[in-house]
Design a binder for this molecule. Structure first.
Ligand SMILES: *[C@@H]1O[C@H](CO)[C@@H](O)[C@H](O)[C@H]1NC(C)=O
Ligand SMILES: *[C@@H]1O[C@H](CO)[C@@H](O)[C@H](O)[C@H]1NC(C)=O
Ligand SMILES: *[C@@H]1O[C@H](CO)[C@@H](O)[C@H](O)[C@H]1NC(C)=O
Length: 416
C-alpha cells in the first residue's frame, strides 16, 4: 500500500514508536542539501539517540543544516526518508538548490536602509474579479505539505499553524493534514491567514470538491492552492523502500484538466492559486484564465524527477513572457533553505516563497522548532537584503542579480 494512503490508518502510538531516536552522523563534507541521495543510501542508521532535548537542539540551530541534523537524529529511517527524500534519483530535489549557485547578487552600497522591513502584501483576485489583499510579516509562507503528524504526532499541524501565527506568516493547509480541517479552524488566530490546498479526487466529483471548499471556508481559509502536479504520485523509491511499500499500481492519483481548473475558479469565491506550474505556457494560461496566482513548484523534487527548478522556470517566464510576474502574483518553493535562496527567487520575480521540508523537519522539535526556523530565516533575510542594498522585498528585481551563468538552463525552443 502506498505511504500516503496508509497514513490515516496509523495510530498516534504507532507514529510515536517510529519517532525513535536513531542517529546517523552526517559527514562534515556533506551538506544535507546537496547529497540527500547519498545520505539515503548510507542505509545503516545504527545507534540510537533518544535523549534529545528540544530546547538544547533548537538553541543550536544557526541555519537549515542544523535543522536537518536534528531531524535525522530523531526520526526513524522510514520517516526521515519520506520527508527528506524525493522521487527517482532525487536529481530535481538537488537541482532546486544547486541552481542558486549559478546566480549571484549585484549588491549596491550607500543606500539608506534604516527603515528596512520584510513586510509583504499580496493581492489575489477571485473568479469574479474581486480582489483581496493579504499581509505577511515576511515574504515566506508555509507551503501546504501533508501529514505533519508523522514527524510530530504530539502537535502535528497544530504546532505548524501556531508557529505561523507567531511569525505572522501565511499558512498553507494541506488537504492531507493529519489534523482535520475543522480542528485547524478551531485554533486559527484572529488575524491569521490560512490558504487551503486542494487535490481533486481521482474521479472528478464536483460535489466532493464543493464540500471540501465549504469545509475550508468554514475553517477560515481565504484562498485556494489548487495542486495540479499529481496526475500520478511521484516514484518515491527511497521512501517506499525504507517503509516497505509496494508501488505496484501507482499510476494515477488525481484527475485535473484545464476545464476542471476553470470550473473550480467559477464555482468558488476564493481566489485560486495554481500550484505545480513548471512552464511559461502554463503560467500564461493561468494568467489568461483569470486565476488568482501562479505557484511554481516541482513539489520539492517529489513528483517528476528531472523537472525544472522553480528558479529556472522564473527565468523561462522572464524570457518568454516578461511582465507576467507583475500581472499575476507568482509564488515559488523548492529548496528555500536560506535567505539568499529566497532573495534570488524574489529578484527573479516571485512575490513570496514557500517552505515545505524546513517546516516538516523543524516540527520534529515542536511549535518552538518551527518558530525558531522561521525566526532564523527572517533575521537572515533582513541581514542579506540590506547587504544587497534594498530596504523592502518589493524593491528586488532582475537588477539585483546576475543570471548570466544560468541562462544556458533556460528553454530555448518554440512555445506551444
Ligand atoms: C489540534 O487542535 C485541535 C483543536 O483544538 C484538537 O482537537 C486536536 O486534538 C489537536 N491535535 C493535536 C495533534 O494536537
Ligand atoms: C488584528 O488586526 C487588527 C487590525 O490591524 C488589530 O487592531 C488587532 O489588534 C489584531 N488582532 C490580533 C489578535 O493580532
Ligand atoms: C524606506 O524609506 C525610503 C525613503 O523614504 C522609501 O523609498 C522606501 O520605500 C522605504 N522602505 C520601506 C520598506 O518602507
Amino acid at each position: 500500500m502506498l505511504y500516503r494512503k496508509c497514513l490515516p490508518m496509523l495510530s498516534v502510538a504507532a507514529l510515536a514508536s517510529q519517532v525513535a531516536g536513531q542517529y546517523q552522523a552526517i559527514p562534515p563534507s556533506m551538506g544535507p542539501f546537496f547529497d540527500e541521495a547519498t545520505l539515503g543510501q548510507l542505509g545503516d542508521f545504527g545507534e540510537s539517540n533518544t535523549g534529545v532535548d528540544p530546547a538544547t537542539e533548537i538553541a543550536s540551530w544557526y541555519d537549515m543544516t542544523d535543522v536537518w541534523r536534528t531531524a535525522q537524529k530523531v526520526l526513524s529511517p522510514a520517516v526521515w526518508s519520506r520527508v527528506a527524500g524525493g522521487s527517482g534519483h532525487e536529481e530535481s530535489m538537488r537541482w532546486n538548490s544547486h541552481i542558486f549557485e549559478y546566480i549571484t547578487f549585484r549588491p549596491r552600497m550607500g543606500r539608506d536602509l534604516g527603515n528596512a522591513s520584510l513586510a509583504t502584501s499580496v493581492t489575489l483576485t477571485n473568479g469574479a474579479g474581486v480582489a483581496a489583499t493579504f499581509d505577511s510579516a515576511s515574504p515566506f509562507f508555509i507551503s501546504p505539505s501533508g501529514s505533519h503528524g508523522v514527524v510530530n504526532p504530539q502537535v502535528a499541524e497544530n504546532g505548524t499553524v501556531r508557529a505561523a501565527a507567531a511569525a505572522g506568516v501565511i499558512a498553507g493547509i494541506a488537504q492531507y493534514a493529519t489534523v482535520p480541517i475543522a480542528g485547524l479552524g478551531a485554533i486559527k488566530s484572529e488575524n491569521q491567514t490560512y490558504w487551503y490546498q486542494l487535490f481533486p479526487d481521482a474521479n472528478w466529483d464536483p460535489d466532493a470538491v464543493l464540500a471540501k471548499l465549504d469545509a475550508a471556508k468554514a475553517a477560515g481559509c481565504s484562498a485556494l492552492i489548487l495542486t495540479v502536479d499529481t496526475a500520478s504520485e511521484g516514484w518515491q523509491a527511497r521512501a517506499w523502500r525504507d517503509h516497505g511499500d509496494d508501488p505496484t499500481g501507482n499510476t494515477q492519483q488525481h484527475l485535473m484538466t484545464w476545464e476542471h481548473i476553470e470550473w473550480i475558479k467559477d464555482n468558488t469565491d476564493l481566489p485560486v492559486i495554481l500550484k505545480g506550474i513548471l512552464s511559461v505556457e502554463d503560467a500564461v494560461m493561468a494568467r489568461d484564465m483569470g486565476l488568482g496566482g501562479v505557484y511554481l513548484s516541482n513539489h520539492g523534487g517529489r513528483q517528476l524527477d528531472g523537472a525544472p527548478a522553480p528558479a529556472q522556470v522564473l527565468m523561462e517566464i522572464n524570457k518568454y513572457a516578461p511582465g507576467l510576474t507583475s500581472a499575476i502574483p507568482v509564488f515559488a518553493d523548492g529548496a528555500i533553505y536560506s535567505a539568499n535562496h529566497a532573495l534570488k527567487m524574489l529578484a527573479l520575480g516571485a512575490k513570496m516563497v514557500g517552505l515545505g521540508r524546513p517546516v516538516q523537519l523543524s516540527l520534529t522539535m515542536g511549535q518552538a522548532g518551527v518558530e525558531k526556523m522561521l525566526q532564523n530565516l527572517h533575521d537572515d533575510m533582513l541581514v542579506e537584503m540590506r547587504q544587497v542594498g534594498v530596504s523592502s522585498p518589493s524593491q528586488l528585481g532582475l537588477k539585483n542579480i546576475n543570471t548570466q551563468r544560468a541562462v544556458g538552463f533556460v528553454y530555448d525552443g518554440e512555445l506551444q
